[in-house]
Design a protein around this ligand. Structure first.
Ligand SMILES: *Cc1c(COP(=O)(O)O)cnc(C)c1O
Length: 406
């Protein structure tokens, strides 16, 4: 019999030795979470306004979510899409109740949801071209966009740091200027199948489509028989105080990609397709082994339950106005560091005058975790159930840091 050797290797050493170096990680090992707080392996507590990058919509380990996942894990976890399961049917019904008449496909991530949107655009283009493939396949996206790391998502993401080293990309993507309708209109030709944008750009630095721009895109799509595809992976599922961020503009898209907050920490993605385009998919032309498992759907149903029961959309709307005001005051008091604050609800970008890295480290040392975004922005992504006190605490920590740097 062999006795297992006792190895005392720190997590940092294990990462250094064995984990792929595709992330510049903060020097922090997190071991526990409750609500808007997480603890590291040294016992330090942090206010977590990263929320797993807009994923932990209910904060960490919400009791209703934990109970639902535990119950489902003990009942049935995975059966594949060769069979029905009750949780997937119910979750599809709930998503249709938010988005409108249509159908829902389930996958496991934002990139996969967007991949489904891109494939939908191709199918629509083939139909538009009378069944001929390879003619009508172009998709117009926005400069500064982020749609994920698959070949489709990456090809829709016109950023050198993301595309470099991976060319040739998927052909057919063109890029207009966000909130400049004419720049999109100028790119439309007979080969265009769809327009595809984030309702609010997240990774790009919290840049929202204006309601007028979204309405203009809707009209443009109607005029030219293009699909309007919205990436709500980061801005959807209540983050802006509406279930979907596009609701602020009063439009209806033709398909929506969602993920991140939907599972509240459990990996799940989804595409909703408007009724009239849902039949473009048929048995055999798209699929996934893991998508829509009973466990993933139970986790997402628990998120939707809590959003409804705890009135989180209303709470986000009510708490965000005073919180944004308090953050804007930072820009007024420390213009040498903060040049602006933008965003909607609990999807906020603090525009810094320089590199966010030292600021992120300073916030972390003072007990606040937040991610950066493109263009020298710090994102603040509290869980949807963050309290007024927690929001105020984040502002206090930010203020202390800026005061110390001034
Ligand atoms: C995070 C994100 C994605 C990619 O989602 P993954 O789950 O990482 O594949 C796509 N689009 C947007 C807007 C995102 O924020």
């Amino acid at each position: 019999m062999t006795t297992p050797s006792i190895v005392r290797t720190s997590t940092a050493e294990l990462y250094d030795a064995h984990v792929l170096k595709n992330y510049a990680r903060a020097p922090l090992t997190l071991v526990r979470g409750r609500g808007a707080r997480v603890w590291d392996d040294a016992g330090n507590a942090y206010l977590d306004f990263t929320s797993g990058i807009a994923v932990s919509a209910l904060g960490h380990c919400h009791p209703h979510w934990v109970a639902a996942v535990q119950r489902q894990a003990a009942e049935l976890i995975h059966v594949s899409n060769l069979f029905r399961n009750p949780q997937q049917g119910e979750l599809a019904r709930r998503i249709v109740s938010f988005a409108g008449p249509g159908r829902v496909f389930f996958c496991n991530s934002g990139a996969e949801a967007n991949e489904a949107l891109i494939k939908l655009a191709r199918l629509h283009g083939v139909q538009k071209a009378g069944g001929v493939e390879g003619k009508c396949y172009k998709i117009i996206c926005a400069k500064n966009a982020f749609h994920g790391r698959t070949y489709g998502g990456m090809s829709a993401t016109p950023q050198e740091k993301i595309q470099k080293g991976f060319r040739p990309l998927v052909p057919g993507f063109a890029f207009g200027e966000l909130n400049h309708l004419q720049s999109f209109a100028d790119l439309v030709d007979a080969d265009t199948a769809a327009i595809f944008v984030e309702t609010i750009q997240g990774e790009g630095g919290i840049n929202a489509c204006t309601p007028e721009f979204l309405r203009g895109l809707r009209q443009l799509c109607d005029q030219h028989n293009l699909l309007l595809l919205l990436d709500e992976v980061q801005c959807g599922i209540g983050r802006t105080g509406r279930f979907y961020a596009y609701e602020h503009a009063g439009i209806v898209p033709d398909a929506i990609g969602m993920a991140k907050g939907l599972g509240g920490g459990f990996p799940i993605g989804s595409m909703w397709v408007r009724d009239r385009f849902a039949e473009l998919f048929h048995p055999g032309n798209h699929g996934t082994t893991f998508g829509g498992t009973p466990l993933a759907c139970a986790a997402a149903l628990a998120v939707l339950d809590v959003i409804e029961r705890e009135g989180l959309l209303e709470k986000v709307r009510a708490l965000s106005a005073p919180w944004h005001d308090a953050l804007r005051q930072l820009a007024k008091d420390f213009p040498q560091h903060v040049s602006g604050v933008r965003g909607l609800g609990f999807l906020v970008g603090v525009q810094l005058t320089g590199d966010p890295a030292p600021y992120l480290a300073g916030l972390r040392e003072r007990g606040l975790l937040a991610p950066s975004a493109g263009g020298n922005v710090i994102r603040l992504l509290p869980p949807l159930n963050a309290t007024a006190d927690e929001l105020a605490q984040a502002v206090r920590i930010f203020r202390e840091l800026l005061a110390a740097k001034s």
